[in-house]
Write a protein that binds this ligand. Structure first.
Ligand SMILES: *Cc1c(COP(=O)(O)O)cnc(C)c1O
Length: 387
């Protein structure tokens, strides 16, 4: 483990600039189009929509804002319910609460770690019987892996409940050759600093409903009515993306495919080096899907591997390597205490098991081969394996 950079911190996923961002920022400065909106925003929306193959896109200040707007467009109000994947980042569900609605959390299934179609079916069946179907189902594609969209669409269409696809982590992934994030009524992406491409902070709402996107842009700019004075009939938000950040996004989008390739190579190398170790199981990739492998994630059976995951993470932290448990399921969060939850089956609580055993490894596309060697060697050292 002799490396001059031995002590440098290795992050889970840090921003990776292409070098072209400055060009678009310079354009914005040269024309003094700093704010608001402007040509980079329009172009970024067009370019992203065309990249994923939808009719339109609305650039906003975060992925969370995009989810909030999608819920507003589906008329989610106080007293409504919205179904949501349980195994996800809190941002997937917070906007439900912003609107005074109640989340119902749905477990994962083992093949994608994403929403379980059978648990979803049962939850919709119950809700229908109770005469209170949810206004929407938020389907999350974790760590780049698409959920089982065919099965999910089938049950949601049966009950006529629209889907919001939280593709914050899966931009650049596909399901049956169709872009992740384009299966629901609305899809959302995030350009937060740790995502596969970044604008430092930002998000995008996508849809084939161009009218709904127009309404989203209206709501995202304080819902200002067309009038010479300031006139408002609805409550809006200040959620639009700035013209400078959209410039960063345009340059990042140009290298998205490269970033996906890099992250998949990182996954492949971890797999080659670690998958044979007893007790280690990498996150699967569903047939007919292509994951961007945003984060390389695996589960470790502590008994089989003969280690404690907590101690492994501490050991890596001491070596200045950032690794983390997978998301803590939202139904286990104090914030959502008392919320309804549907497990995968009566005997199978998949998200809780994944939380107990799951670990995310550093996966940034700007990680060097030496960085990755350091991570692999540290893990092997902790396990007492010769490398
Ligand atoms: C990052 C993320 C979000 C939120 O995106 P922001 O741009 O940070 O608001 C939402 N859902 C998931 C699954 C995420 O990983």
């Amino acid at each position: 483990m002799v490396s001059t950079k031995y002590n440098e911190r290795i992050y889970l996923s840090s921003p990776h600039m292409s070098g072209n961002e400055q060009k678009y920022i310079k354009d914005a400065f040269d024309t003094n189009w700093i704010a608001p909106l402007g040509p980079n925003v329009d172009a970024f929306e067009r370019e992203l929509a065309s990249h994923v193959g939808v009719e339109g896109a609305a650039a906003v200040s975060s992925g969370t804002a995009a989810i909030h707007l999608a819920l507003r467009l589906l008329d989610v109000k106080e007293g409504d319910t919205v179904f949501c994947s349980s195994l996800t980042f809190v941002a997937s569900a917070n906007p439900i609460v912003y609107l005074g609605a109640k989340p119902v959390f749905i477990d994962s299934e083992p093949e994608t770690w994403n929403i379980s179609p059978q648990a979803l079916e049962l939850a919709l069946h119950d809700a229908d019987k109770e005469g209170k179907l949810p206004k929407a189902v938020i389907v999350v594609n974790l760590y780049g892996q698409s959920a089982k969209m065919d099965e999910i669409l089938l049950v949601c269409n049966k009950y006529d409940v629209p889907i919001i696809e939280d593709a914050a982590e899966s931009l650049g992934s596909t399901y049956k050759d169709k872009a992740s994030g384009t299966f629901g009524k609305f899809g959302i992406y995030s350009f937060n600093g740790n995502k596969i491409i970044t604008t430092s902070g930002g998000g995008m709402l996508v849809s084939n409903d161009v009218e709904a996107l127009k309404k989203a842009r209206f709501l995202a700019t304080q819902a200002r009515d067309p009038a010479p004075h300031y006139q408002h009939s609805e409550m809006g938000y200040n959620y639009r993306m700035s013209n400078i950040l959209a410039g960063v996004g345009r340059a990042q989008l140009e290298v998205l495919e490269e970033r996906v390739r890099a992250r998949r190579l990182i996954f492949d190398r971890y797999y080659r080096e670690l998958a044979h170790i007893p007790g280690m199981q990498f996150m699967p990739e569903l047939v007919n899907t292509h994951s961007n492998r945003w984060l390389t994630t695996l589960t470790i059976e502590e008994k089989e591997a003969g280690i404690s995951i907590g101690e492994l993470l501490e050991f890596l932290a001491e070596e200045n390597i950032e690794a983390r448990p997978v998301w803590k399921p939202l139904h286990m969060q104090p914030l959502f205490e008392g919320a309804r939850y549907y497990p995968h089956s009566q005997s199978d609580n998949v998200s809780e098991q994944l939380f107990k055993k799951g670990v995310c490894l550093p996966s940034g596309s700007n990680m060097t081969e030496e960085d990755q060697t350091r991570v692999i060697q540290c893990i092997k050292k902790f396990l007492g394996i010769e490398s």
